[in-house]
Design a protein around this ligand. Structure first.
Ligand code: ADP
Ligand code: UDP
Length: 237
């Protein structure tokens, strides 16, 4: 697999064309951003840790019957994926209240959400990723109804699989964001699943082991990601 020209430079990954028209390379960067890119830092090892972390999770999800774009690791900080037409939508499931839902609805952080709740956001930095609903998606044509149903179904299937996987490692999956796309007519999970895009707390102490350490200036960001990876059995060598 050969890396060709840059398709897109994102906040945490660069995306490259390859010699295969159906495949892309995701290059995971050390760049870390929060608050719509207001806070930016480079964190040593993060690109490699996230690349291997996401590959591990995508494999677990495949085994559980969630189709993903992941094809394989190319190097320590690069993965090969299916080249998809992405929906400009973020799917968020929350098992425990944290982050924007606390601010928006005045909910105390740490409260169990039962049943888990689901939110759609529009992927649009200029508009600060506003929350949207299914009517917006339909009216503005961001995805068809069948795709919306599939994204919801798969996002909850991910929840069933990953809450158990993390629980077995002594971790609470508080919330997470997924992105989906279309490849040859079918819907696949795309982008990444890493501690950059989810919240993970130690089940005993509730210590934060995700990007909130960066957002809140708690330090030990990549060390926390490595701790999670170690507990799950991700090979970081
Ligand atoms: P952002 O765009 O939010 O800054 P990243 O830095 O992670 O985020 O950039 C990666 C980009 O690649 C995202 O826009 C994401 O939607 C896109 N992407 C992820 N997986 C695929 C895929 N399989 N095919 C096409 N685009 C993808
Ligand atoms: N999230 C993300 N990208 C975004 C927005 C949110 O990965 O652009 C993740 C975030 O890390 C958390 C979940 O989605 O795990 C819910 O985020 P929330 O709505 O609470 O927003 P936040 O307050 O984290 O910005």
């Amino acid at each position: 697999m050969e890396r060709r020209e840059l398709l897109y430079k994102g906040k945490a990954k660069s995306v490259y064309y390859t010699d295969d028209a159906d495949k892309l390379i995701l290059h995971y960067l050390n760049d870390t951003s929060a608050f719509d890119g207001e806070k930016i830092e480079k964190l040593d090892r993060k690109g490699e840790v996230n690349n291997k972390f996401s590959a591990f999770i995508m494999q677990k999800l495949e085994e559980a019957g969630v189709p993903t774009h992941h094809e394989g690791l190319l190097s320590a900080d690069e993965a090969v994926v299916k080249k998809m037409e992405m929906f400009p939508i973020e799917c968020v499931v929350r098992n425990i209240a944290a982050g924007s839902v606390c601010k928006r609805l005045g909910i105390e952080e740490g409260i169990d959400l039962s049943p888990p709740t689901f939110e759609f956001f529009l992927k649009n930095d200029a508009l600060h990723d506003p929350m949207i609903n299914e009517y917006h998606i339909r009216t503005f044509g961001w995805a068809d109804d069948e795709a919306v149903e599939k994204m919801k179904e798969l996002t909850f299937k991910v929840n069933d699989t990953l809450t158990k996987l993390f629980a077995d490692a002594g971790l609470l999956l508080v919330d997470y964001k997924l992105e989906f796309g279309r490849y040859k007519g079918e819907i696949y999970l795309g982008d990444e699943f890493t501690p950059d895009g989810c919240r993970l707390w130690d089940a005993e102490t509730r210590k934060k082991l995700d990007k909130d350490r960066f957002r809140q200036g708690l330090g030990g960001v990549v060390e926390a990601y490595e701790e999670v990876a170690g507990r799950l059995g991700v090979d970081l060598s």
